[in-house]
Design a protein around this ligand. Structure first.
Ligand SMILES: Nc1nc2c(ncn2[C@@H]2O[C@H](COP(=O)(O)OP(=O)(O)O)[C@@H](O)[C@H]2O)c(=O)[nH]1
Ligand SMILES: [Mg+2]
Length: 247
């Protein structure tokens, strides 16, 4: 049911090897109350390979936006998200990003910056999207709790079983995608369900995607914004809706 949606035919897409060197990268950093970690995250970014860094502020009340502006780093811009929720923040960032490639990047210090260049290589190899996985043999996570690992195992199983998505880590959302492909994917979830909405649509639409192993570091400060129970229920509802409606 609704398993494929029309996307540009392969011959209409750019040839991977020839255009790859010219691709520019926008980093989209969703941030809500991350003043304790975000300045250090920004300082360790490989700014030389980035076109721009958009910090999407989720109406922080701890001075996150002000702290980023005070750093006055080149290429780094703070924008305020529309509405509320992680997904709304990502949607705001994707719409404003100008690069050919969009990477989503946590503000909490848990993402390894080396992943950016590794993901670009995977795009250059001919993919439209690349997702990082903490659950391949050569990867791992120092940020997982038992509940998060359990939830992720269940959602990854559902993602594969209900939709046939060939990924081993449903909820990491350290990924890179072509902006042109994101325009077709057009994510709509306002909350953390956006993390599964994107791979489901990428798979259904027939985009080329792959995953690479990644080691997740611990959150360096502050607290997770995820509520395992309520966000889990929201993600499940979104999966069922996507299965039933094909949207
Ligand atoms: N703009 C925005 N960012 C958010 C929101 N909720 C969470 N984030 C950010 O999204 C990223 C992922 O959230 P996090 O709490 O680390 O989730 P976890 O990694 O699953 O524990 C972090 O950088 C958060 O600051 C939100 O409502 N709006
Ligand atoms: Mg995090």
């Amino acid at each position: 049911m609704h398993d494929k949606i029309a996307v540009p035919a392969a011959h209409e897409r750019p040839a991977p090897a020839t255009e790859a060197r010219l691709l520019t990268i926008s980093l989209v950093i969703p941030a809500r109350n991350e003043v304790g970690s975000l300045p250090a995250v920004l300082r360790e970014l490989p700014l030389d390979i980035l076109h721009e860094v958009l910090v999407v502020d989720g109406h922080s009340t701890d001075g996150t936006a002000e702290a980023v502006r005070a750093l006055n780093l080149p290429k780094v811009r703070v924008i305020t998200q529309h509405g509320r929720g992680f997904g709304m923040g990502i949607q705001t960032g994707i719409r404003q990003a100008q690069g050919d490639l969009i990477t989503i990047y946590d503000a909490d210090g848990s993402y390894n910056p080396a992943g950016i260049a590794q993901m670009r290589q995977a795009i250059e190899a001919g993919n439209d999207f690349v997702f990082c996985s903490r659950y391949r043999p050569e990867s791992g996570s120092e940020d997982d709790t038992f509940i998060r690992l359990l939830g992720n195992t269940i959602f990854t199983f559902l993602l594969r079983w209900m939709f046939g998505v060939q990924l081993s880590d449903a909820l990491y959302y350290y990924c890179m995608g072509r902006k042109s492909a994101y325009e077709f994917v057009d994510p709509r979830a306002a909350d953390f369900a956006l993390c599964i909405e994107v791979p489901i649509k990428v798979h259904r639409m027939g985009f080329r995607y792959t995953e690479i192993p990644m080691r997740e570091r611990p959150r360096s400060a502050g607290e997770s914004k995820v509520n395992a129970l309520w966000d889990g229920i929201r993600i499940l509802k979104t999966m069922i809706k996507l299965k039933l409606t094909g949207l």
